[in-house]
Ligand binder design. Sequence first.
Ligand code: MF3
Ligand code: CO
Ligand code: CO
Length: 269
Amino acid sequence: MNNELRGRLTRDGIRIYDPVDFAGMHTAGALAARILDDIAEHVFPGQTTEEIDRKITEMVEAAGATSATIGYKGYQHASCISVNHVVCHGIPGPKTLKDGDILNIDVTVIVDGWFGDTSRMYVAGKLPRKAERLIEVTHEALMRGIEMVKPGNTFGDIGHAIQSFVEANRMSVVRDFCGHGLGRVFHAPPNVLHYGRPGTGAVLEEGMFFTIEPMVNLGRPETKTLADDWTAVTRDKSLSAQFEHSVGVTADGVEIFTLSPAGRFHPTY
Ligand code: MF3
Ligand code: CO
Ligand code: CO
């Protein structure tokens, strides 16, 4: 069935998919998650981020899938790799990782037309204590956001759960980037904000598919984009972390499409 006819749109322009569509998202999400599992062994001091990206490109091809990011708005890589104070959309390149660097690897694949979008944190060598706390809080913030996903709750409930937890830990939530609807397309309504007030925003309904992908800074929330037009960094150069899952709203809660098959989503395994 073509994308326009699939499901229906809510008043807020959010697509409602059919129960059978969960299977397609599950397959795409599982591949993205497996790639993130398998890339872990390629992250170490001395490694370049372009080599990590090359491995990801190979894994996508070996699975017979398509990278959603290669060719997307002119982007040329199968992943975004964001090191230390890079918030998101870091471009893989020849720079080598140093001991104690933390990095987010974000992969989006297309399988049978369905999009799976997920990212996690990794460390090259030994994880510094400050970075460990940041990573723990960011991961917990994502999971608290996901816990709010069920019919009848609002997107503001998700944002509030994330923001209140992050700020209680004296860290900040990035405002300049958000999660997004996805499914048969990469980015669709709604914008999933990682901050907000309970009870505000669109109401969640069974059949909505979207990402939650909070970016958390140790310092201030402001970002700026570098001259390459992609790389977003913290203005104050503080460390930043991010985790991302693709999820679907079920009749009584949530299904996470991008769970790690190896149980390795959390960075400190
Ligand atoms: N995967 C990113 C997201 O979470 C988008 C990356 S777009 C790219 O939405 F072009 F920078 F790769
Ligand atoms: Co995303
Ligand atoms: Co992503």
